[in-house]
Design a protein around this ligand. Sequence first.
Ligand code: 4AD
Ligand code: MG
Length: 430
Amino acid sequence: MITNIGTIFAQSEEGKEVTVRGWIHRHRSSGNMVFAVIRDHTGILQVTVKKDKVSEKDWKSSNDAYVESSLIVRGTVKKDERAPGGLELQATGFELISRGEPFPIAKDLSEEYLMDIRHLWTRSQKISSIMKARHHIVNYLREFFISEEFYEVAPPIITKSGCEGGSTLFEMDYFGEPAYLTQSSQMYAEVFVFSLGKVFVLAPSFRAEKSRTKRHLAEYWHLEPEMAFYDHKMNMELQEQMVRYVVEKMLKEHSELLKTCGRNPLDLEKIKDPFEKIDYKVAVERVNEFGGKMEWGEDFGADEEALLTKDQERPLFVEKFPKAIKSFYMEEDPKNPEVVLANDLLAPQGHGEIIGGSERIWDYDKLLARMNEQNLDLKNYQWYLDLRKYGSIPHSGFGLGIERVVKWMLDLDHIRDTIPFPRTINRCYP
Ligand code: 4AD
Ligand code: MG
């Protein structure tokens, strides 16, 4: 029977005979002794192999092993203060499953090189911890929406129409006709509010982002809820409730993992109070006050969002953006037609935008007029207009970038480490 390394520590299996299956994490030999640290998906364990305690064949194997050789080790668990976690395995058997070749990753490699061998670097403790945390975050997001009685729906990835502006569309040849990788599944999520009420999509979105930044990917995972009969205010309340839910769950269930990934859980404890809400107009004034320079009508970039959030302890809502810098489908503010009933949610400590959402225009003529104003090619949007023709209703929704949320929750410097194989302007390999 194989025992997971995590179980050995959890049950403090001192004195027990166990068999562990894993990979060599670190390795060194000195005379009649081999020290190895081995890992499986649940943790790492120090192993000592003494020449006189194992067969000749196993002794040779233990000396021959490389970092990342796969193996099966049998032995006795002993207390050892110096070992990581205070336990070590004294081997009685050491069998290589595959010795392999010398592993190409050692200390002090450049970030570029690590990206080239990403398929191997994913085995590192850093990336595997982040992937575990990402799994839990996504899981809690789903759990939240399912507990709120949302249905998950499946959108197409290949589309004829974008909803976030032509400049970041990836065009493809669809049997001789132009088509695009989806920028957002929002319009397809909207389809389902008429039959399912509250829905969400979790799917990739694609953006041909021409800039190199620490928060843009060309391919990212996009969570997009859409709700019948929700207005702008209800939309923001839901966003806040969702963020709070995930943060509380991560703190309660995975605070050690948060620490391993580099996030101090105490930072996340602080977000319990209600999130501050400011209008775009106030946000522009704040940016200028904090040393930035922008005018009403300009959009925030990473620098402006960093200024707005660097001293914030909680996420910050910015709402009511100028119509001209937002997408065609956003409902005007009845009190001020210059601005739309849209919001961004900015993560604290400089992380910036994690969510963009809005109330949607639900009147056919209004939507048509806005689409014409923006010179959209109506033939590709007729189906979307149709939704407003037959029993239209007010509705709202938002889009959350999974990688942006992971970057913030784990306090990572760069978005590339939040996804196994980041696609950026200069990389689509491996
Ligand atoms: O603000 P965005 O562009 O809004 C939309 O796409 C709406 N249609 C969403 C909706 O209402 N259903 O994108 C939404 C979120 C952003 O807040 C950000 O978190 C993430 O998607 N995002 C990106 N994440 C990584 N790389 C990129 N290039 C991203 N672009 C947007
Ligand atoms: Mg946005």
